[in-house]
Design a protein around this ligand. Structure first.
Ligand code: AMP
Length: 286
């Protein structure tokens, strides 16, 4: 980051709007990193990338109730604003926007952003309404923060693809930047939800990335199909009996449509459960 500045904590929507307007009046470009907090090195890598793309960086911290299903982990989702603020300060983030749910969703809130196609497959097939909640809050954040650039992680590849589609379909004047996945030593993608894993399950969870890399390693073989790649990955995952695969898909990374061959641009994506914790990951093929 550039010269260190104090990190403003902004809780009110009006204050965020006027801060952003002031920055734009001064001719500055803004980059937004939307998060649900419990920041880890993956989030911080997005912040560093955002700082390369714009003059000022805003990190939003908001555990968005609308993207959680009734039986999901909204209540127990990890929250630690003080720790997150300290991390943002150490990176020289200009503003942290941490609104309340009551301000974000006024009584009677009834307008949502619903993508009709790509949001129904993969994670969307089991998490009904999840991407409707995600796209709605991202649209609201774009309208409140008014970023020129928004940085999202490749780890949540379906989310990133859907945000790109929303930007295109609804003409948001925002450039989307997708950042690579930051991993632990054994390859497990960092995630705020990894904190839920018991030590034994945490050890087992390493099989997810290991299986994806094994399968991706076959992608260059002549005549290999996407189905073959999925089979190799499934076999790898089956080595951990405590792990249940929710889906395993070989799709185009931009359109999320199934592909027949592991050509460049394809990705192998997985969601799996271990010890009651849902893990998502993906690897680009070809
Ligand atoms: P979350 O707080 O989980 O909603 O994530 C906020 C942003 O951080 C999303 O764009 C995620 O894709 C991204 N992110 C989460 N984990 C990682 C990771 N391990 N590496 C890179 N980006 C990540």
């Amino acid at each position: 980051m550039k010269a260190k500045r104090d990190t403003l904590l902004i809780g009110e929507i009006d204050r965020m709007l006027s801060w952003s307007a002031g920055q734009h009046r001064e001719g500055r470009q803004l980059a937004l990193v939307p998060t649900m907090g419990a920041l880890h090195e993956g989030h911080l890598s997005l912040v560093r990338l955002a700082a390369e793309k714009a003059d000022r960086v805003v990190v939003s911290i908001f555990v968005n109730p609308v993207q959680f299903g009734p039986r999901e982990d909204f209540d127990r989702y990890p929250r630690d604003l003080e720790r997150d603020l300290a991390a943002c300060r150490s990176l020289g983030v200009d503003a942290v926007f941490a609104p309340s749910a009551a301000d974000m969703y006024l009584p009677g809130h009834g307008v949502f952003v619903d993508e009709e196609c790509w949001s129904k497959v993969m994670c969307g097939a089991t998490r009904e309404g999840h991407f409707r909640g995600v796209l709605t809050v991202v649209a609201k954040l774009f309208n409140i923060v008014r970023p020129d650039t928004a940085v999202f992680g490749r780890k949540d590849a379906q989310q990133a693809a859907l945000v790109g589609k929303m930007i295109r379909d609804l003409n948001f004047p925002v450039t989307l930047v997708i950042a690579p996945t930051v991993r632990d030593r054994d390859g497990l993608a960092l995630s705020s939800r990894n904190a839920y894993l018991k030590p034994e399950d945490r050890r087992r969870a390493g099989v997810v990335f290991k299986s994806l890399t094994e399968a991706a390693g076959q992608a260059g073989q002549p005549g290999i199909s996407a189905g073959d790649i999925c089979r190799v990955a499934r076999e790898g995952l089956s080595r951990e009996p405590g792990l249940q695969v929710e889906y395993l898909a070989c799709v185009d990374a931009h359109t999320l449509q199934p592909v027949d061959a592991p050509a460049p641009g394809a990705m192998l994506a997985v969601a799996a459960w271990i010890g009651g914790v849902r893990l998502v990951d993906n690897i680009v093929l070809g």
